[in-house]
Write a protein that binds this ligand. Structure first.
Ligand code: RIB
Length: 305
């Protein structure tokens, strides 16, 4: 079987992670445990996750003409991600994300998009042939909205299965949502897009159905340590969490999206793809960092049993 082709149009960042005993109070200086710098960004993480499982992945992204941009490009090369459509700009720096992670694995994350926000619809058009030849396209919202929308349009016109991870959350119109086969927000993003509360399971299911009314075909709401919920035309399915000791939950959502896309592109049924992605996302919280904590294909055999 040939490797499934996935195209990711999205962000690349350098994550500056500080492991700390607890989150500091406003104005407090707190001694941290250690520092870890690694490649991140939602687009990059999702691309690397799918690649680690065996997909043939292309990334469409933009970095600064700086040292961080060089690190990002080198990382894509090492991870086997096709880097033909990594654009470079001298107008601003590469994207950066300072992240605080406490002893319970919870995080506080600031995102400085830099070059990501200069990835234009025209850049996306330059990669149209790549998008059109993929089995699955993944987009997020750490680049300009019109660029994600353009990518989704190209995907739809070419019968590519389209997945939108609407992160970071913002209000979205029907025009964009109708271009997506699958929309996969977390609880906060679901609340922002629908304007509905998501405190209870019933409320989450209602919000999922509202997202469908807004134009999404299939909705998957990721619920962190509580698992995930799938809302499709036929049914609503609850996937319970897989128990893991959390060291760092950063990027667990990206592990979910990247692996879900891989299984879908491989031809697995929708529910089976969600079940597998749910296990992989749970596994990814056991180490500090995002891409470094994602499993390789040989590591998932036991995990998926
Ligand atoms: O989803 C986690 C990612 O969000 C981090 O890698 C960080 O770069 C931010 O984009």
């Amino acid at each position: 079987m040939s490797a499934p082709k996935i195209c990711v149009v999205g962000s690349s960042n350098i994550d500056l992670i500080a492991k700390i005993p607890r989150l500091p109070k406003m104005g407090e200086t707190l001694e941290g445990r250690y520092f870890h710098m690694s490649c991140g960004g939602k687009g990059a993480n999702q691309a690397v996750m799918a690649g680690k499982l065996g997909a043939q992945v292309s990334i469409v992204t933009k970095v600064g003409q700086d040292h961080l941009g060089e690190i990002i490009k080198k990382n894509y090369g090492e991870m086997g991600v096709d880097s033909r459509y990594i654009f470079t700009t001298a107008d601003t720096s590469s994207g950066v994300a300072p992240i605080l992670v406490d002893d319970e694995g919870r995080n506080l994350l600031v995102y400085i998009p830099g070059a990501n926000m200069l990835l234009s619809p025209e850049d996306v058009d330059r990669a149209a042939e790549r998008i059109a030849s993929a089995e699955v396209l993944i987009c997020q919202l750490e680049i300009p909205l019109e660029s994600s929308q353009r990518a989704l349009q190209i995907g739809r016109e070419n019968k590519v299965r389209t997945i939108l991870n609407p992160a970071p959350g913002r209000s979205l119109g029907r025009e964009l949502l109708e271009l997506c086969d699958v929309v996969a927000p977390n609880e906060t993003e679901t609340e922002i897009i629908t304007g509905l509360p998501v405190d209870t399971e019933d409320q989450i299911a209602v919000a999922g159905r509202r997202l469908r009314e807004m134009g999404c075909k299939v909705v998957i709401i990721t619920l962190g340590h509580r698992g995930a919920m799938l809302v499709s035309e036929e049914r609503t399915v609850r996937f319970p969490a897989v128990k893991t000791e959390a060291v760092d939950t950063t990027g667990a959502g990206d592990a979910f999206i990247g692996s879900f896309a891989y299984f879908l592109a491989q031809g697995k049924p929708l529910e089976e793809s969600v079940r597998r992605a749910n296990s992989i996302a749970a596994h990814s919280v056991a180490k500090v960092g995002t891409q470094v904590s994602f499993p390789w294909s040989h590591e998932i055999v036991d995990l998926l049993r």
